[in-house]
Design a binder for this molecule. Sequence first.
Ligand code: INI
Length: 158
Amino acid sequence: MATIEGSFTNASGLRIAIVVARFNDLVTSKLLSGCLDCLMRHGIDTSQESAQMDVVWVPGSFELPIVSQSLARSGRYQVLITLGAVIRGDTPHFDVVVSETSKGIASVSRETNVPIIFGVLTTDTIQQALERAGIKSNLGWTYALQALEMGSLMHELN
Ligand code: INI
C-alpha cells in the first residue's frame, strides 16, 4: 500500500501564480497579504524580483477562470491560487457570479490538470468577508497552505 500526500516543507521547486480580483479589494488585498505571508514563511521567494511566483490582478471574480486558464496552459506554474470576494446584494447578480466563477475554476483545473485553489469568499455581508480576511482570521493563509499541499501532491502523482 502506498500512502501519498503533499508536503508543506519542500516548496523550493514550486512555481505559483496568484490571481486576485480587484472587486471588493478591501477584502481581496487582505487575502493576498495573508497568502504571501504564509508562502514567504514556507520558503517561497515572494519578492518583486521572484522567479518563483507571480500575482495577476483581474477586474472581478467572474474573470478569474479565463485568466487562470491562460496561466495554467502556459505550463509555467504547478499550482494557482484564485482570490475573490463575492458579497450578496439585493439582486441575483451574486448567484450568477458565484456560480460561473466556481464552475469555471473547477473546470479549468480539471482540463489543465493544474490544481487551482478556490479562494473566493462568498458572504452575505462585507463584515463577514472582512472577518475571514484578517479581522478574526485570514483565509489567505489557509489557501496558501492548500496550494503548497496540492502543488507538492500533484508533483508526487505526476
Ligand atoms: N465581482 C466580485 O468579485 N465580487 C462581487 O461581489 C461582484 N458583484 O457583486 O457584482 C463582482 N462583480 C463583477 C464581476 O466579477 C465582473 O468583474 C464584471 O461583471 C465584469 O465581467
